[in-house]
Design a protein around this ligand. Structure first.
Ligand code: MG
Length: 376
């Protein structure tokens, strides 16, 4: 655990979810609280701001920071860590997460192993708030894994030798910056390219001027016409692109299905498929799904989505937001079941307070720390 993780415990920013309002307790209160041992689960949370190494631009926005909420669940002296990452365009914020988490009462449960019951309750507290819900889900998984003294990939029976390579994302930028970013990403075996603005071919050709590694493309709903989108996908197919994410706006269901039908490449639904109910609705629209903990309320539902996607014979990409190593390590526990991964979120930030899953030679590499895989 890095120093600023320890500061989490020490700071006065601790907020006790059991209290009716998101108040800030005194340091002595927090200290005594942490020392307490009991059979009730205590949820704590604290806002944190991720600082990005580079300005990040995709089809619909640019940003230099990402707000997150860090959570902890303590039970019988063991602490599980969680996180909600909330890029502004998705509609959640530190304020909304704080309001949601203040309503979550885990003290009513006396057994953290009743995960189905606990997380169904968390989901029922309010609608939406998927990242805030994920922050509780991840912390509970971390706690339970630590109580069992096993990492989740083992509890689930997954094979850590089957983890995929992760893509490294190249945002939309000028040619010089793109070339520089590609050179810095030499460790990665697959690069992910953000498309959907008016310079798509230029982006790809710029990258192809410095590397031959396979690419994946994410249009982020940025294309508007199905024929133009299909022309672009055919062109990308000749440039060693492996798949395309979310070509058209999610509302264009029939047009997205037409593209999938006619595309030489797998077409993955991302913005279209948030939760397991969306996967069922969209099963005939896309050939694959992008699963992210922040969209689907966490590891429990993500694991169910993986099982269902496999039953539907869909490709699975395990993605992320800009996140610390906390949420990234949690997602990586599922990665042996994914066809592809885009788990570079923690590599894009300057101030990661956790140490967890490491990308080694471009590959998601699982450690054997119990829970979600954070070094304590
Ligand atoms: Mg995407």
């Amino acid at each position: 655990m890095k120093q600023n993780r320890k500061d989490f415990i020490k700071t006065s920013g601790l907020i006790i979810a059991a209290s009716a309002a998101a108040t800030i307790p005194s340091k002595s209160f927090a200290k005594n609280f942490i020392k307490s041992r009991g059979s009730k689960m205590k949820l704590r949370f604290k806002p944190y701001t991720l600082e990005l190494k580079h300005v990040f631009t995709v089809a619909v926005y640019s940003r230099t920071t990402t707000p997150v909420m860090l959570t902890e669940i303590e039970y019988d002296g063991v602490v599980g860590y969680g996180e909600a990452s909330m890029p502004q365009y998705l509609g959640e914020s530190q304020e909304s997460a704080s309001a949601f988490l203040s309503k979550v009462n885990l003290e009513q449960f006396d057994d953290p192993f009743k995960m189905e019951e606990i997380l169904s309750y968390v989901d029922s507290v309010d609608k939406n708030n998927t990242a805030a819900k994920a922050s509780v889900d991840i912390a509970l998984h971390d706690l339970v894994g630590k109580l069992l003294n096993q990492p989740w990939y083992k509890i689930w029976g997954y094979d850590k030798s089957k983890t995929p390579y992760t893509t490294f994302t190249i945002g939309i930028d000028t040619a010089d910056v793109v070339r520089q970013k590609v050179k810095e990403a030499a460790e990665f075996k697959i690069l992910k390219v953000k498309l959907g603005k008016d310079n798509d071919k230029e982006m790809i050709e710029t990258i192809r001027s410095v590397t031959d590694v396979p690419l994946t493309a994410d249009a982020n709903q940025g294309w508007k016409d199905k024929h133009q989108a299909l022309d672009m996908i055919n062109w990308l197919n000749d440039k060693n692109v492996l798949y395309v994410e979310q070509p058209l706006p999610k509302e264009m269901i029939d047009e997205n299905a037409w593209i999938t039908e006619n595309s030489p490449l797998p077409i993955l639904g991302d913005e279209s498929i948030q939760r397991i109910s969306d996967l069922i609705k969209m099963k005939d629209v896309y050939s694959g799904v992008v699963i992210k903990l922040m969209k689907c309320t966490g590891m429990r539902e993500a694991n169910k989505m993986i099982s269902l996607a496999k039953a539907f014979n869909k490709k699975i990409m395990l993605g992320c937001m800009t996140e610390t190593s906390c949420a990234i390590s949690a997602a990586s526990q599922l990665s042996p079941m994914a066809d592809w991964a885009d788990l570079d979120g923690a590599l894009l930030i300057k101030n990661d307070p956790f140490e967890g899953m490491k990308v080694i030679d471009g590959r998601v590499t699982l450690n054997d720390y119990p829970g979600i895989g954070l070094k304590s």
